[in-house]
Design a protein around this ligand. Structure first.
Ligand code: SAM
Length: 232
């Protein structure tokens, strides 16, 4: 199954439940941008690639950015819209790889970017995306990438871990490692009329490493620093 279908037919239905309290999580994203000196100076524009239900878009907009939120999942974008209230956020429902097709006026003012981890099927797409971003980022602009390190296999409990256990729903995530992708199996159990109903869906995720990502940034002349404790 593709990542798009995985979100459309499975994960998007319980994504917001899985991440927990929106207000609390959003505040911690906002604090991250403040701590890392990402104010809306130079250009006020920020593009959130893979915006989901809006944790980063809402944070950037609250800090004064005009935000364009890209995501290919309509359900999560609808939730984002209901989380934005009067904030300056425009949503685009499309694959993030098409971001550079947005208007030239917007392209020349780019300031901040956010890229989530599961959006990239192939390293070559990541290369292309970073290249396009580096061409368009204004001087002093920042690129923020969040990803889960998947190069090292999680051996403990054979990569099987409960992600959320809040009755009457249990979400278990099973990571299956192949040389290139890692298959993520999201296994949901829901208690319905006294019976546990199981639904499973899986999608391939790039096995990114800190070294691999920093090499791509270096090739594109983007100065960087890694903050290993921050995972979106
Ligand atoms: C792990 S979620 C992160 C959402 C949000 N940034 C957060 O931190 O909660 C990844 C998001 O990226 C979106 N996504 C994944 N691949 C994408 C792609 N190729 N194009 C557009 N959106 C994509 C998914 O629909 C999902 O909302």
């Amino acid at each position: 199954m593709t990542a798009k279908d995985h979100y459309a037919f499975h994960l998007a239905h319980f994504y917001s439940w899985m991440i927990g309290d929106f207000g609390e999580k959003q505040k911690s994203e906002e604090d991250f941008f403040i701590r890392n000196g990402i104010p809306p100076t130079l250009s006020k524009l920020a593009i959130d690639l893979g915006a989901g239900n809006g944790l980063q878009s809402v944070s950037l907009a609250r800090l004064g950015f005009e935000v364009i939120a890209f995501d290919f999942n309509t359900q999560l974008l609808d939730e984002l819209t209901s989380n934005t209230k009067d904030l300056n956020i425009t949503t685009v429902c499309d694959d993030v790889i098409k971001f550079w097709m947005i208007s030239m006026e917007v392209r020349t003012r780019l300031y901040a970017w956010v890229i989530p981890s599961p959006i990239l099927k192939l390293t070559i797409i990541l290369e292309k995306l970073v290249e396009k971003i580096s061409e368009r980022l204004v001087i002093g602009g920042k690129l923020v990438i969040s990803f889960r390190e998947l190069l090292t296999e999680v051996k403990a409990k054979k990569g099987l871990f409960p992600s959320e256990v809040i009755q009457p729903e249990i979400l278990t995530c099973f990571l299956e490692y192949f040389p290139k992708p890692c298959y993520v199996h999201d296994i949901l159990h829901e208690l319905q009329a006294g019976k546990w109903i199981q639904t499973v869906s899986s999608y391939p995720k790039l096995r990114l490493s800190h070294g691999g990502v920093t090499a791509i940034l270096e090739r594109n002349d983007i100065k960087f620093y890694l903050q290993k404790d921050w995972v979106a």
